[in-house]
Design a protein around this ligand. Structure first.
Ligand SMILES: Cc1cc2nc3c(=O)[nH]c(=O)nc-3n(C[C@H](O)[C@H](O)[C@H](O)COP(=O)(O)O)c2cc1C
Length: 218
């Protein structure tokens, strides 16, 4: 792969895919490749900073996509269309994908013997741990998104999460706290070429161009 091909892949990951061809399925070997990509990013002292859950059944994805929305208390900031979508629990269609990845900060590792042995010093506070581990969740999400594009798929990230509406029994087998869900990411096959098309509704989401950036090299 040359530099241009790599940059083209990265530029695809920049976009948020909002429509999915749900007639297609992602095979288990590819799912494993995506999960391995996410877990093998660099983390400080190679600690187990986060947990990745990959949902592949329609039933689970239909359930979890309802969480990808603004809380009722914040709806007044939104456009009328977004308020309607939020009330119908469809505010972020990027999560209604062939696969839905959930990234939880792993709070257990904060006080683990491995952390104490490898980092030394007192246990970090819960808030300090969360900030640092959100950074590492970002690395994992990018790695999975890049892997997805290499496999001919697309991704759509969603940081808008109303964790209060997650039922406790949804997460009971995962040893995570529902409020530590840091990011949701849909992955799969696009339905339309235009990533901004919202499913089959005929509506489009505004697309944001990358803001100008500086290359500081000295
Ligand atoms: C960490 C992260 C969180 C995001 N959260 C949301 C979100 O909650 N809702 C949303 O509509 N888009 C979300 N996006 C998608 C971005 O807004 C989108 O990638 C960006 O605007 C550029 O792509 P576009 O062409 O799809 O607009 C998120 C992207 C990232 C990287």
């Amino acid at each position: 792969m040359d530099s241009k091909e790599y940059l083209d892949i990265i530029k695809q990951t920049q976009r948020c895919q909002r429509n999915w061809d749900l007639d297609k399925t992602v095979d288990d070997q590819t799912i494993d490749f995506l999960i391995e990509s996410g877990y093998n990013v660099a983390t400080k002292q190679n600690l187990n900073s986060f947990k990745i859950v990959c949902l592949k059944t329609r039933k689970e994805i239909e359930k979890w996509k309802t969480v990808a929305r603004n809380p009722d208390s914040e709806l007044s900031y939104l456009s009328n269309d977004d308020i309607k979508s939020a009330k119908n629990n469809h505010q972020n269609p990027q999560t209604d994908a062939n696969l839905l990845f959930l990234f939880f900060v792993n709070m257990d590792e904060r006080t683990s013997q491995a952390r104490r042995d490898r980092e030394c010093g007192p246990d970090p506070s819960a808030s300090e741990w969360r900030v640092k581990k959100h950074l590492e969740v970002g690395l994992a999400a990018q790695a999975i998104s890049t892997a997805a594009v290499i496999k001919g798929m697309r991704s759509g990230m969603c940081g808008c999460i109303w964790s209060n509406i997650i039922k406790d029994d949804w997460v009971k087998d995962w040893k995570v706290n529902k409020h530590d869900l840091a990011l949701m990411m849909g992955v799969g096959y696009p339905l339309h070429k235009d990533h901004t098309a919202i499913g089959n509704t005929g509506k489009h989401k505004t697309s944001f161009a990358k803001r100008p950036y500086e290359k500081i090299i000295q």
